[in-house]
Design a protein around this ligand. Structure first.
Ligand code: OGA
Ligand code: NI
Length: 368
């Protein structure tokens, strides 16, 4: 009788046994935490970055703006919107405080993430996949199959939508991972939508313009885990990149390592308790017709302490066509980009590596 078992080589990570994955993947696919736990005291060559990628041109003089959101829904709305607009124009990055996500919700979100990365590698490998389209996966580097040099970073990335469908696919260890994530995701999603209203207004668009364009928006979470590193100056946690989506809302712990490219200097984004780091992705650069930029940033690592961050990528639905807002286009400011369906944009980006601005450049209209 024919067997009904799935072939053992099935690429569905949920259907592969641990042994199958072991046989299939090189050892460095298991992540940098695994490498360190197995006693590696030097940096393997594959993590060494070319010198131009790890250039240190830090500026200690400047800091990204910190915006207090406590007055956003009150009498101080127009001043707050103006401050947000200025930060978007000048930096593409800002910190927010009094943002409505409670201290305990933030702490719990960090704690369950940290506990996940401290699980045995075998447990994390249950979720391992090289498929960048996977809606739930644990992996390392950026695109471990394609990257020429690897990044000192393990990550867990998963979709939040539809929530009821996604929750059962999330890790079941630590036991409160799903509960805490469901809570954080709701709160951070509300904040994203509030910020997008303010950003719309700051561009002179109707308050709900961007939220309406995004429609049935997408929301992805990514925990980034950066273990202490033997030779941190030779590698990077994440190389310079811009975020492809709409808005990124990042919570980082107290270690620090995020840097933003500003006027040709890498400016350190210092950790400030109870703040979130907000930055604009490529889809807002396109929609704003280059009034706002999706700014390059990177994560450096250090030899003393592991670091964790959790990024929320809030953007259009995959089938949404993103183009410059017609209200921002006129004869003196012609459209800089042609429109592109967000899902197609991601496909072009993710089939390559984390290239700076390459997909965005392809969408540029000929201005000559
Ligand atoms: C990202 C990112 C920076 C950090 O996840 O896209 O840029 O500090 N993270 O972890
Ligand atoms: Ni990023």
């Amino acid at each position: 009788m024919a067997s009904t078992a799935l072939p053992p080589t099935s690429l569905n990570p949920y259907q592969q046994t641990h042994e199958e994955k072991e046989q299939q993947y090189p050892v460095h696919y298991r992540g940098v935490k695994d490498l360190v736990d197995n006693g590696s005291r030097t940096l393997p060559q594959i993590y060494v970055k070319p010198p131009d990628e790890r250039l240190v041109i830090n500026s200690d003089q400047q800091q990204i703006p910190l915006i207090d959101l406590s007055e956003l829904e009150g009498a101080g709305r127009s001043a707050t919107v103006e401050a947000i607009g200025r930060a978007c124009r000048d930096w593409g990055f800002f910190l927010v405080k009094n943002h409505g996500v409670s201290e305990s919700t933030m702490e719990n979100e960090m704690r369950v993430g940290r506990e996940f990365f401290h699980l045995p590698t075998e447990e994390k490998m249950r979720y391992f996949s090289t498929d960048h389209k996977s809606r739930m996966r644990y992996a390392t580097s950026f695109n471990v199959k394609e990257d020429k040099t690897l990044n000192w970073r393990d990550f867990l990335r998963y979709s939040c939508k539809p929530l009821e469908e996604m929750v059962p696919l999330w890790p079941d260890k630590p036991t409160d991972f799903r509960k805490e994530n469901a809570e954080y995701i709701r709160k951070i999603g509300d904040l994203a939508s509030i910020l997008l209203s303010a950003i719309s207004e700051s561009l002179g668009l109707p308050s709900e313009y961007i939220n309406e364009v995004y429609g049935d928006y997408s929301q992805y979470m990514a925990y980034n885990f950066y273990p202490a590193c033997p030779n941190p100056e030779q590698t990077l946690g994440l190389p310079g990149h811009s975020d492809p989506g709409g808005l990124t809302l990042l919570m980082q712990d107290d270690v620090g390592g995020l840097q933003v490219l500003h006027e040709d200097h890498w400016v350190v984004v210092r950790p400030v308790p109870n703040t979130l780091v907000i930055n604009l992705g490529d889809q807002l650069q396109i929609l704003s017709n280059d009034i706002y930029k999706s700014v390059e940033h990177r994560a450096v690592v250090n030899s003393n302490r592991e670091r964790i961050s959790v990024a929320t990528a809030y953007g259009p639905s995959m089938s949404t066509l993103i183009a410059p807002a017609p209200q921002l286009v006129n004869s003196s400011s012609p459209a800089v980009y042609k429109g592109c369906v967000y899902g197609d944009f991601l496909d072009s980006l993710e089939s390559g590596s984390l290239h700076k601005k390459s997909v965005l450049d392809c969408l540029k209209l000929d201005m000559s």
